[in-house]
Design a protein. Structure first.
Length: 552
């Protein structure tokens, strides 16, 4: 803008300058011509008087040769000329000034010479005898005047040009400065009056933009608040896989670091092939779902293409943590397979024995033995079914029994009594020590937990071994410790013994259903207690059951 104003001012100034120059030259030229003509009229009148009085004799006198004097007879014949030989000069009757003088008594004319550089001004006066006396003088043409004054004119022009340059620059800057100083976000009032409508418009648009920005910010905050409270991960990407929007759950689930840099590709968040496939499929316009498994984590990624005005604009990715669901599904599958297997084994045994009995292939003396087999397997089956029922009850939120105060010491005493025959059989000594400690819980579940722990301590013991049960009422809450001097559990199996149907040694003669410690684990969780295991193979195992603090 400054340049434009500068150029405009300069052009105007130069145009005015040149026009003024032309005008001045024209006016001056006219003025000088008038002066020359006046001078000529005066000198012609003077010479004419001399000629009237003295005739040709006056002209022969030493008149100044600076002006040309021509005396022309009334028929146009040149009688005298002080510059040229009159005999060689043609008839002058056709000369404009002569004709005018003959008619009006005086006449004037001006003519350019061939070169156009000089102009001759003529003045003619009719004498009393009808002849015409003419004087002439040369005058510079406009061109010549300009050429003559070229040096000072050029100097003047250069000076004027420089002045115009300086002034144009200064004026342009002064004009533009207040406009440049306008703050578009808050334009002030006192600039140019002509800019007022524009500034008013800017102000109103600023207000509108401000309102829209606030609105946008509010919406963004709402969106962020919603997405940040989602446990599902959400990612919005453009066609070049650049992340446009995300929530922290997405980064957490993908195991990526926050914050995401601007323009970062979503593929840097997770390098798994399944994730990349999902993104590529969505950006190709197809919906895609993938299960990503890493260590113990399981995430499901769902990618949907996003279209804008019929064109693919990017994709939306939802990341779900399905670890628990997948684990549950896996456990259910394993459980079903295990249950089927565990049920099938005793049933097959019962079926086989029953068939032998039915076919009369058993001697009467052996019938009791075979019937005993059937009885044992059936008992095992019932035990298994009971354990499954207990577990599924716990899975579904526990039995519909009332919670009440349970004395752990009393419970432990009754369980040791129940197991005394089995312990005797295994030559295992059981002891109970400690004090009475009350917990709040479901007696049936407390009993099942303690029974399973003590039963295992006897079952996986060695002849002559010991089982010591200690009940304490500590500051943290009631605690039961069941320690045995049995076969122990190898370190790698210590975590797994709480899994359903897991048995360290499937051929162990005391082997149960493999559900006992699962019932312990789920029962303890149901009561808010914690089970910990310390075991050393060959030395024995200690199970600690820590209940929460309870004040009856
Ligand atoms: P089971 O019915 O086979 O006893 P549990 O779930 O009670 O099933 O125990 C799972 C496995 O853990 C057992 O098969 C056994 O190998 C091991 N186990 C449990 N308690 C003890 C213990 N006190 N000493 C040694 N091994 C044990």
């Amino acid at each position: 803008m400054t340049k434009r104003i500068f150029r405009s001012i300069l052009t105007v100034t130069l145009t005015v300058l040149v026009a003024s120059l032309v005008l001045i030259v024209g006016v001056l030229h006219g003025y000088f011509q008038d002066r020359v003509l006046e001078e000529l009229a005066r000198s012609t009148a003077y010479i004419a008087r001399g000629v009237e009085e003295n005739g040709m004799a006056y002209l022969n006198d030493d008149l100044p040769k600076s002006s040309r004097i021509t005396w022309v007879a009334s028929d146009g014949t040149v009688l005298y000329d002080n510059w040229e030989d009159e005999a060689s000069m043609g008839n002058h009757a056709d000369r404009e000034e002569v004709q005018e003088a003959l008619m009006l008594g005086r006449g004037s004319a001006s003519r350019y010479s061939d070169t156009l550089s000089q102009k001759t001004v003529y003045y003619a006066l009719r004498l009393s005898d009808g002849s015409v006396l003419r004087t002439s003088d040369t005058n510079y043409s406009v061109w010549m005047m300009v050429l003559q004054a070229l040096q000072p004119v050029a100097l003047m022009m250069v000076l004027a040009f420089c002045l115009a340059l300086w002034l144009a620059g200064r004026v342009a800057r002064q004009l533009v400065e207040p406009i440049n100083a306008i703050d578009p976000s808050a334009p002030s009032e006192d600039v140019y009056e002509e800019l007022s409508p524009l500034l008013t418009k800017i102000r109103s648009q600023n207000r509108q933009i401000q309102r829209q920005l606030l609105d946008l910010q509010q919406r963004r905050e709402e969106f962020t608040a919603i997405t940040e409270n989602m446990s599902e991960g959400l990612l919005v990407i453009d066609q070049e896989t650049r992340i446009l929007s995300y929530n922290s759950a997405a980064l957490r689930l993908l195991g990526a670091k926050a914050p995401v840099e601007e323009g970062e590709s979503v593929l840097t968040l997770d390098r798994e092939a399944g994730f990349r496939r999902c993104v590529e499929e969505a950006l190709a316009g197809r919906r895609c779902e993938e299960l990503l498994e890493r260590d113990d984590d399981c995430r499901r990624v769902m990618a949907n293409p996003v279209e804008q005005e019929g064109k693919l604009a990017g994709a939306v990715l939802i990341v779900l943590d399905v670890t628990e669901k997948e684990q549950r599904d896996r456990l259910r599958r394993e459980f079903t397979a295990n249950v089927s297997h565990e049920l099938k084994t005793p049933l097959t045994s019962i079926l086989g024995t029953a068939e032998i009995l039915e076919n009369g292939m058993v001697k009467p003396g052996d019938v009791a033995h075979f019937a005993g087999n059937i009885h044992r397997e059936a008992q095992r089956l019932i035990g298994l079914v009971n354990d499954i029922i207990k577990l599924s009850r716990l899975d579904e939120g526990g039995p519909a029994a009332q919670w009440e105060s349970v004395d752990l010491y009393g419970q432990a005493r009754s369980i040791l009594d129940q197991l005394s025959t089995a312990a005797e059989k295994k030559q295992v000594t059981m002891t109970l020590s400690g004090t009475s400690a009350c917990v709040r819980g479901v007696p049936q579940i407390v009993e099942e937990i303690l029974y399973n722990l003590c039963d295992n301590a006897v079952a996986y013991n060695r002849p002559g071994g010991t089982v010591s049960v200690t009940v304490e009422d500590t500051a943290e809450g009631a605690r039961v410790t069941v320690a045995d001097s049995g076969i122990g559990i190898p370190p790698e199996a210590q975590n797994r013994v709480f899994e359903r149907f897991y048995r360290v040694d499937k051929s162990h003669p005391s082997g149960g259903t493999g559900l006992g410690l699962s019932i312990v684990k789920h029962g303890a969780a149901y009561l808010g207690a914690q089970v910990t295991l310390h075991s050393e193979p060959g030395k024995g195992s200690t199970f600690v059951l820590q209940f929460p603090k309870y004040v009856p």
